[in-house]
Design a protein around this ligand. Structure first.
Ligand code: HEC
Length: 142
């Protein structure tokens, strides 16, 4: 009788070890799942340069109204100080926080604000992503 109890105890222990082993070693299909996250089409992984990446976008889409001394709506993008200054509608550019930046909401055509540019060609998804990444990386002016 004592031998049988030992046998049952040994089998139970064996089952526990097998179950624990399965939990610790996920199959290949479980490991592969998270990698698809970074595949969003408009994501910008690299460090954005103001001069090389951002300024050309502003020159192309915003120059007529916010550059070269022009300040439509009281907003001027000629200097860093002016660009990040707060406006009537709150912070236009919040370094480190693209989601809280009025400028991003506008170029991304968020329904809560008037879109920018007001008419004509909208920014491409890549251009919007570049501006977002630039602001999230600190909105440097070099
Ligand atoms: C055709 C002229 C025109 C162009 C081009 C234009 N804007 Fe504007 N922008 C305005 C006017 C007018 C206002 C003020 C009215 C308003 O708030 O919508 C304004 C307001 C803004 C504001 C809000 C300012 C505040 O006080 O909060 C931001 C931010 C802005 N523009 C960013 C941009 C950006 C970035 C671009 C280029 C992608 C751009 N605009 C292109 C005319 C323009």
């Amino acid at each position: 009788m004592k031998d049988v109890r030992w046998l049952i105890a040994a089998v139970c222990l064996g089952v526990l070890i097998i179950l624990a082993g399965c939990g610790a070693a996920p199959g290949p299909e479980q490991q592969a799942a998270p990698s698809s996250e970074g595949a969003a089409p408009a994501s910008v992984a690299k460090t954005v340069s103001f001069a090389a990446d951002v300024k050309p976008i502003l020159d192309k889409h915003c120059a007529n109204c916010h550059l070269g001394g022009v300040s439509k709506g009281g907003y001027n993008l000629d200097t860093h100080e002016n660009a990040i200054a707060s406006g009537r509608n709150g912070a236009r550019i919040v370094p480190g926080n693209s989601a809280g930046s009025n400028l991003v909401l506008r170029v991304a055509h968020d329904p809560s604000v008037k879109k920018m540019p007001p008419k004509g060609e909208a920014l491409s998804a890549d251009e919007v992503a570049t501006l977002k990444a630039w602001i999230d990386q600190g909105a440097n002016w070099e």
